[in-house]
Design a protein around this ligand. Structure first.
Ligand code: ATP
Length: 136
């Protein structure tokens, strides 16, 4: 199996920087997989599970919104937030769902930015819960 270099970067830090065999990421056009020798590729990233394997080790992360770039066996994932699946705080995500649902239950005004924010927050929280429950 070939080697790719994967970086997962958030505004806070470089979460991952290592050699991997395969990356599977949640693209805006659907999930995509990258192996060594992939053609140059750009995609948006949407909230979902990103997993990568090295040998027989597979790691799972939650990533939120951002971009990915593949070029010369380098995979760069630039996202607003990322957490190792094992480090997702399930209780926090459940509270985020409740908050978002409360906002979404209010009357929607026109061009209501809070409504759009609540929809995005709900999506992030649901994905966090799904990933966290899957590994526990
Ligand atoms: P919350 O309302 O609970 O802050 P959020 O979806 O608004 O959730 P983000 O803006 O996506 O949070 O992330 C802000 C920071 O908090 C990031 O560093 C992210 O990794 C972390 N974070 C958010 N929710 C969780 C969670 N449930 N478990 C672990 N880390 C989280």
């Amino acid at each position: 199996m070939g080697k790719l270099h994967l970086e997962i970067v958030t505004p806070e830090k470089v979460m991952v920087s290592q050699e991997v065999d395969i990356v599977v990421a949640p693209g805006t056009m659907g999930e995509f997989g990258i192996l060594e020798g992939h053609v140059p590729f750009l995609s948006g990233i949407e909230p979902g599970e990103l997993r990568f394997s090295s040998g027989n080790q597979t790691e799972r992360f939650l990533v939120t919104t951002g971009f990915s770039e593949v070029s010369d066996n380098q995979v760069s994932i630039l996202v607003d937030a990322a957490e190792k699946a094992t480090e997702i705080d399930l209780e926090r995500a459940r509270k985020a769902v409740e908050r978002a649902k409360e906002r979404l239950s209010l009357d929607r005004g026109k061009e209501d930015v809070d409504f759009l924010r609540a929809e995005a927050a709900l999506k992030r929280a649901i994905v966090r819960i799904r990933i966290s429950e899957k590994i526990n």
